[in-house]
Ligand binder design. Structure first.
Ligand code: FAD
Length: 393
């Protein structure tokens, strides 16, 4: 049995140095009142490359605005019943590539010797008295408080086995053309005109210049497609809808984001706080998490300052119950008949100012505004979902 010593003990341990862990470490580094805290940031791999592209909208400046791959002030929505371009002001839609993000964060952390990165696999977390032991392949580490962001697709499948688990899955190409093919001022956020096949299927286009764009075919459904199907649908979209015959593929990205109505525990004991995907910060009905993780990191740091001496009192935030219900209803519709979502989104975008739609998705609306959003969309699928949610309780 190992014991805690000066070397293996920290005030705070961040388990997992992906987006959530790094955002939290960055936020801790920014707070002078925490400069005396010893922090271990532990992950099985130190990340550097372009393994993620995060997109999000925000109306505030973020610390990452200078390293964005691009940002846009206009958004195009296309479906069989709506073709419209929206001005986002005061919001901007932002695209951040992970290579720039990792480099920026590691550089910041280098100037904070109190925050130490340790590369090792974490096997188990055990709360013992007033500390948490992290059992890793490099031995045990001890912390007064641990923020845990480890997760895997298998873990999510296991814990959501009694919930509605849908998947957001996609194939995207960053393509380069010889002739001008894109409007660099406008993102195409949804193009629902492609056949829906009873699922939620759309393509989005994020132009980086007149000749370069990320074009991504996305599906919300319970099952993945074959590699061949993603490729065929994406390539047909580029030739038939974008009318581009000649292009070079610069990068290819695939991914699976879990979308579930399972309510993830934020605390796992008195001194272990779940963050990131593990803490349920992926919005169940959209898969967006980056903005929520930035906000959560800020909130955790102000709680750390407030509860310096009594970390067990740190308060965590959950989504309000009404938003949990809306997300669960939408996921129920995706599960039963995803083909209906295109019309629900079309009506929502048609009948509400885009700023209200963003606030609704950011869970910042008043209940009166929620009612306006709900009144704008076809109600029948939601009645069935309410019935299903009560029946399955
Ligand atoms: C493909 C994809 C695209 C996404 N795009 C967007 C987007 O555009 N916008 C948006 O807002 N959200 C997006 N999301 C959702 C969310 O922002 C990301 O998933 C985000 O990376 C989640 O951060 P995280 O820290 O929870 O997980 P991760 O970034 O995956 O970090 C978890 C970390 O834990 C480590 N780890 C796991 N197990 C162990 C272990 N046993 N020992 C040591 N370390 C371990 C991993 O190595 C990893 O570094 C996307 C998600 C996916 C999957």
């Amino acid at each position: 049995m190992s014991v805690s010593t000066e070397e293996n003990k920290a005030d705070i341990i961040i388990s997992g140095a992906g987006a959530a862990g790094l955002l939290l470490a960055f936020q801790i580094a920014q707070e002078p009142k925490l400069s005396n805290k010893k922090v271990f940031l532990i992950d099985k791999t130190k990340r550097y490359g372009n393994d993620h592209t995060w997109c999000f909208w925000s109306k505030e400046q973020t610390p990452f605005d200078d390293i964005l791959a691009n940002s846009w002030e206009e958004l195009e929505f296309l479906s069989n019943s709506l073709q419209q371009t929206f001005k986002l002001n005061p919001y901007k839609y932002k695209m951040l590539k992970s290579a720039s993000f990792y480099q920026f964060i590691w550089q910041k952390l280098d100037s904070h010797p109190n925050i130490q990165f340790i590369e090792t696999e974490i096997n188990e977390l055990v709360e013992v008295g007033e500390q948490v032991e992290l059992k890793t392949t490099a031995g045990s580490f001890y912390g007064n408080l641990v923020f845990d962001s480890r997760f895997s697709q298998d873990w999510i499948k296991q814990i959501t086995s009694k919930s509605n688990l849908q998947l957001q899955h996609f194939l995207g190409y960053t393509i380069k053309t010889d002739i001008d093919s894109f409007d660099p001022e406008t993102i195409r956020m949804f193009d629902f005109r492609i056949p829906q096949a009873g699922e939620v299927r759309f393509v989005y286009v994020l132009p980086l210049s007149k000749t370069e764009a990320l074009v991504e075919f996305t599906v919300f459904s319970g099952k993945l497609l074959s590699d061949k199907t993603y490729k065929e649908i994406l390539e047909n979209y580029i030739s038939d809808y974008l009318q581009i015959a000649d292009y070079k593929i610069l990068e290819e990205e695939t991914g699976v984001i879990p979308m579930t109505d399972y309510v993830f525990e934020r605390k796992n004991g008195k001194r272990i706080i779940n963050i990131g995907t593990r803490g349920g910060l992926c919005k169940p009905s959209t898969g967006y998490a980056f903005n929520r993780m930035m906000e959560d990191a800020k909130n955790m740091v102000s709680e750390l300052v407030k509860h310096d001496k009594d970390v067990e009192e740190i308060e965590v935030k959950y989504a309000e119950l009404r938003y949990q219900v809306y997300d669960a209803m939408l996921l129920d519709i995706i599960k039963r008949d995803g083909g209906k979502i295109s019309e629900i989104f079309s009506q929502m975008f048609k009948k509400n100012p885009i700023q209200r739609v963003f606030r609704f998705l950011d869970e910042e609306t008043t209940f009166a505004e929620d009612l306006k959003v709900m009144k704008s969309v076809p109600s029948f699928p939601f009645f069935i979902s309410i019935f299903n949610l009560f029946r399955n309780r």
